[in-house]
Design a protein around this ligand. Sequence first.
Ligand SMILES: [Zn+2]
Length: 378
Amino acid sequence: MSLSARINTAVRMNVAKRRLESRKIDSGTANPLEQWGLAKIRNDIKSNKELKAFLGNREFDRELINDYKLFRFKELMGYVIENSPFYKDLYEKAGMDPSQITSYTDLEKLPLTEQQKLAEHPYHFLCVSRKEIAREFTSSGTTNMLKRMAYTQDELLEIVDSVISGLKMAGMDSKEDTLQIMYPTITATWDPGLVLSKACALAGYNSVINDSLDVNEQLRTMRESGTTLIIGTSSFLYDLSKAVRDLIEPGELGIKRIICSSEPLTPSMREEIESIWGCKTLRQWGMTELGLANAIECSQQDGFHLNNPDFLVEIIDPKTGKQLAPGEEGELVVTTLRRRCMPLIRYRTRDITSLIDEPCQCGACLDQRISDIKRMPP
Ligand SMILES: [Zn+2]
């Protein structure tokens, strides 16, 4: 790389760093992810006159957040009707416009977005000109349907910002920490390992990528890099844990947390991994279409904390489409409230879970949490 290219990269990195809200969040706070989410919402209200007038000077509680999300939802609906051929057609056929949405229950009247539609015509979802796209990603996801998603530079930075808050919540708090990223090299262009290492670089954390299936190779990297946190898919981490059982003593390597993502983690798998390493496991959930970093557990291990400012979630009965109350199990339906490139409204995840209404023991009480996640049968 030439000197001028190196300087340009350094300047871009510095500009990006300054824009990260997560840098201001102390990892010592009760729940860094919630704090980050609240800061994002506060900034959003401050910089939007209409939103400010709508919400007034009310106390910052769950009701205000719900109203904030509903406001954003309606705004997004108007935006996609203007800009996305798919949604223009969908809502025109349904005879729906934002003025008909006055409560969360009204959302039920809107048709859902099927994954198949996104797989068939991704560019019908596009709301910006092609030149505004910074990156496009394709993933097969879990249902073997190729889905293409595009993001602007700002959206990529927002995703990285939320990843850093999630890592802070997982216990990454200083330059002494190193995240060992163990995702197997994947063919999709949206590589979670690269997103994570980029996030660590911007946050000033150390990370090391090692996707080797050789257990001794992984252990050597841990020792050499001073690894304190590990992330990878649940099944990979489970197999690795069983393979190191006779090679290490629990706690010996100083691993603080193991983040298990992409696949379900059963209680017995969790128990086994934790007993081998002598530390807690945290489950993480995300979908490529939604930007991957969507929800993560805190050390209470009592449900997934959602990336609150970016998503509005509903749980519905997959057969009738009716919204379900907290505690009732159904399909998770997500709206990407702040995306401008390819927003998704009432997107069917085909994952089954339930909403948790009670505050978490970690101290987070304003954000939404979801319970265990299961795949819906095809
Ligand atoms: Zn919590």
